[in-house]
Design a binder for this molecule. Structure first.
Ligand code: HEC
Length: 104
């Protein structure tokens, strides 16, 4: 019984995660892709890549921009209206992008 309960909980959690990734992607397409690229590989020379970044890190940075703890004119304005939920979705999306690194 306990095993079934845990399996059901895991499925619910996985679905919620998949939803977050899809929602985050849709939001990022509209609000972030211009500078950070459609898959999180930056298209602006002074914008960082977000693809594959740990969700914990991305969330923390967005919250810091929102509160003003991390100062940046553009990102401060962009992060200001974001809700905690939107931040979680955007962070889930960027962390879901698979990145491989290859030394030159
Ligand atoms: C107009 C261009 C632009 C747009 C649009 C934009 N960003 Fe940024 N973003 C930047 C720049 C430039 C920086 C570097 C800021 C700094 O030096 O702190 C940055 C930094 C960040 C960082 C910090 C990354 C790190 O490595 O510390 C995150 C996270 C981020 N942006 C997320 C987003 C998200 C999510 C969106 C959409 C809701 C978005 N940005 C939209 C230009 C943009």
């Amino acid at each position: 019984m306990k095993k079934i309960y845990i399996a059901v909980l895991a499925c619910v959690a996985m679905n919620a995660y998949a939803d977050d990734v899809a929602e985050g992607r849709a939001k990022a397409d509209v609000a972030c892709a211009l500078c950070h690229g459609p898959t999180g590989m930056a298209t602006l020379p002074n914008a960082p890549n977000l693809a594959g970044q740990q969700a914990v890190y991305t969330s923390e940075q967005l919250k810091n921009y929102r509160s003003g703890k991390r100062q940046h004119e553009v990102m401060g304005m962009i992060a200001k209206p974001l809700t905690d939920r939107e931040i979680a979705q955007l962070s889930a999306w960027y962390s879901a992008v698979k990145v491989t690194a290859e030394a030159p």
